[in-house]
Ligand binder design. Structure first.
Ligand code: SF4
Ligand code: SF4
Length: 196
């Protein structure tokens, strides 16, 4: 495996779109940085198994969000009702999780990245929240995976990861199909040229 030293964060972020591709499958990256997310992006780039890389990114984001909100009750939960549900005519409880099968009296029993990123307007107006753009490591995902992170609520971690991994396969599939078509066109052309 070849070694590649990434000069700085500027280089990392500008070239990340190419570093994450199969072209760097046999390259081990390193960077000298004190920034914890930068170090983890490089760690993710060094995981060459695409499924394991997806899992690493997912768990890293969940951990980052959990530690950011640790000890803060920004939804103002009181007697199982969030600040929005404490209004006079609201009979609901358990906040946004009230209709989810993974919700229990002890809270969520799984780890859903979309849910961890979601906060309603009331909360966003008055609190500092971590947003999608704050998780730069998500740039390592493809377009479909990025869209999924935005709204895949009410899903178990395992289901979520499976869907993220499947979207990786279909991207591969499309790429492979394109390669086969290109190859066929090339071979046909070559055959025609030889018979002339
Ligand atoms: S995000 Fe808003 S609606 Fe959801 S639990 Fe928090 S306060 Fe309630
Ligand atoms: S998966 Fe989401 S909606 Fe369901 S309990 Fe967990 S945080 Fe709530």
């Amino acid at each position: 495996m070849k070694n590649k030293v990434i000069k700085d964060e500027k280089q990392l972020y500008s070239k990340m779109f190419i570093y994450k591709t199969f072209l760097y499958s046999f390259v081990k990256f390193s960077i000298d940085s004190q920034d914890e997310e930068t170090v983890n992006i490089v760690k993710a780039l060094n995981i060459k198994n695409p499924f394991k890389r997806v899992e690493f990114i997912y768990d890293y984001c969940c951990k980052k969000l959990d530690s950011f909100y640790e000890g803060k009750n920004i939804c103002g939960f009181k007697n199982n009702k969030c600040i929005v549900q404490q209004g006079p005519n609201c009979k609901f409880c358990n906040g946004c999780c009230r209709l989810c099968r993974y919700q229990t009296t002890k809270g969520c029993t799984t780890s859903n990245l979309s849910c961890k990123l979601f906060y309603c307007d009331t909360i966003q107006k008055n609190n500092e929240t971590l947003k999608y753009k704050d998780l730069k490591i998500l740039k390592l995902f493809n377009l479909r995976q990025k869209m999924m992170v935005n709204d895949n609520f009410f899903a178990h971690r395992k289901e979520f990861l499976l869907e993220l991994k499947l979207s990786l396969i279909s991207f591969w599939g499309i790429r492979m199909l394109l390669r086969i078509i290109k190859n066929l066109i090339y071979c046909k052309k070559l055959k025609r040229e030889r018979t002339q």
